[in-house]
Ligand binder design. Structure first.
Ligand SMILES: *Cc1c(COP(=O)(O)O)cnc(C)c1O
Length: 381
């Protein structure tokens, strides 16, 4: 695949000779009206009607009993891990192939990540690799799943739905149940992605969404904790609002809390974005089909949704035949004003996670060396 052919194709898709970003937000709905409404009402901060409206819309869209808005996706993950019972010194299984926020949330619980390989089908946490690692290194005791060598508790597993492609959830749920490990989905990239018809982020007790500026919908910055029951939702709300016990005027807080509330200003933007999400999803699916057709007879493999899933195709991605082709493609497309990106460097290469425990990471390393993300903004019209 020659870079100039790709550049020409992408310019034709977006009908522009200007710079083409990887993923830009689009505001063609009621965004301005709702945001202006928060300013007119003076309710721009944590109190205001849009927070509850946005939460309710996300809950019904995803089929979650309760959704709790937060200030960003990392805060939502931090909250979800807290609710899942992760405590200081625990191990939390996750992918080395993820955005750093997943591991930062684990770190700030006082826990440590344990890196397991990804599946070539989903690019997310591989259930087989996880089970194999646990068979070799863990045992199930009265206290839960214990790492044989370090004696730490393996408390939770955080699979991440890479670029919106759902992980193999039935198998992961089974492995988590077998080993008494809590499942916390990092669904930051997968709003609008379904596993066998069920929305991602609804398979464990709680999970996290992100509405950062580059995500499928944005609130400027924001996140959401999806909760599997009203009770868990209550706990998420409580701990993200400084654990304040409701009272007309007294200040009483019954545990160390976070101030992770999403301002009404941001929720107004999110509520308007939810009104157009379905149309974004249709446009993104169409865009992915166009890329897929373009790469059909080339030496490049376009990443498609797994057979069991419907993906939001948040970021389109290809696997190049070798690392040198990948490097050339990256530099030539970026030089030509068409933004492409490599995948994140694997987490165990970063200084703060280089000593973390890990299993075999062959698939993760292969993907790291071959993958390129392509412009993925939904095309208007
Ligand atoms: C975007 C993202 C997050 C959360 O990011 P915030 O910027 O804090 O909203 C977490 N995990 C993954 C995999 C992400 O892509």
């Amino acid at each position: 695949m020659a870079s100039d052919q790709l550049v020409e194709f992408v310019r034709e898709l977006y009908q522009t000779n200007e710079f083409i970003p990887l993923h830009a937000p689009t505001f063609n709905g009621n965004e301005k009206a709702y945001v202006a409404d928060t300013i007119d009402s003076t309710f721009v901060s944590s109190v205001g009607k849009y927070v509850a409206q946005f939460e309710n819309h996300i809950a019904s869209f995803t089929g979650s009993p309760r959704a709790v808005a937060t200030v960003n996706g990392t805060a939502a993950l931090h909250t979800a891990l807290h609710i899942a019972g992760v405590t200081r010194g625990d191990l939390v299984i996750t992918q080395a192939l993820t955005f750093v926020a997943t591991c930062n949330a684990i770190y700030h619980m006082g826990a440590e990540p344990l890196f397991i390989d990804v599946s070539p089908i989903s690019l997310g946490l591989c259930p087989k690799a996880m089970d194999l690692y646990l068979q070799e290194h863990a045992e199930l005791t009265e206290q839960g799943c214990i790492h044989r060598e370090t004696k730490q508790t393996i408390k939770a597993a955080v699979p991440m739905h890479t670029f919106g492609h759902p992980v193999e959830l039935d198998e992961l749920v089974a492995v988590c149940e077998k080993w008494h490990i809590a499942l916390v989905e990092d669904a930051a990239e997968s709003l609008g992605s379904y596993y066998k018809g069920r929305h991602t982020g609804t398979f464990g007790q709680c999970s996290a969404l992100s509405f950062n500026g580059n995500k499928i919908i944005t609130t400027g910055g924001g996140g959401m904790v999806l909760c599997a029951s009203d009770d868990l939702g209550q706990r998420a709300k409580h701990v993200t609002t400084t654990a304040k016990v409701p009272h007309p005027y007294e200040f009483y807080h019954d545990e160390p809390g976070f101030n992770y509330r999403m301002p009404n200003l941001n929720a107004a933007l999110g509520y308007a974005q939810m009104e157009v999400l379905e149309s974004y999803l249709a446009k993104k699916r169409h865009l992915a089909q166009q890329y897929q057709a373009f790469f059909a007879n080339s030496d490049v493999r376009f990443i498609t949704e797994p057979a069991y899933a419907s993906s939001n195709y948040w970021l389109n991605a290809i696997l190049c035949p070798d690392q040198e082709t990948r490097n050339t493609l990256l530099s030539e497309t970026n030089d030509a004003g068409v933004m492409t990106r490599p995948i994140w460097q694997l987490m165990h290469r970063l200084p703060m996670f280089k000593h973390a425990l890990r299993g075999d990471l062959t698939q993760s390393e292969f993907i790291e060396a071959h993958l390129v993300n392509l412009p993925s903004t939904p095309i208007s019209g």
